[in-house]
Design a protein. Structure first.
Length: 134
């Protein structure tokens, strides 16, 4: 998605049939957490610009209404894709690891724990600068 000449990504966090009732009780907590995550500003943490839920009156599906959308800056390719394309040099690995540690320190200092840390949630731009996403 493009807005103001900048590229943004939109990610949907939804519920599935098997855990709908369990998730339903956590929806407000999740919405509040995403709202708080917008306050994290760090060069190695993916910036969240907007969070929203569909209006229940516009959707006939309970599952659609229970979804939460997060809009963030565009951030390059995943670390996973980078590694699959070609091996990283030792210097690149050390630099990437140092940026990842700094990103984790920042989110932990604000009371967050990354629940799904993997190479699919770590992004690198064309200059090798890291962005930790969710």
């Amino acid at each position: 998605m493009t807005r103001d000449g900048k590229q943004y990504a939109r990610k949907k966090f939804g519920v599935g049939w098997s855990n709908c009732l369990h998730e339903y009780h956590q929806i407000e907590e999740r919405r509040a957490e995403f709202h708080r995550m917008k306050e994290i500003h760090h060069p190695f943490v993916l910036a969240i610009t907007e969070t929203y839920s569909p209006d229940i009156l516009e959707h006939t599906s309970l599952f659609t209404w229970l979804s939460q959308y997060v809009v963030s800056e565009m951030c390059g390719v995943t670390l996973e894709a980078t590694i699959q394309k070609s091996p990283m040099s030792s210097a690149s690995v050390l630099s990437t690891f140092a940026m990842l540690v700094m990103a984790l320190e920042q989110i932990h200092s604000q009371g967050f724990v990354h629940r799904n840390l993997s190479s699919a949630h770590v992004f690198l731009d064309e200059n090798g600068k890291l962005k930790l996403g969710s």
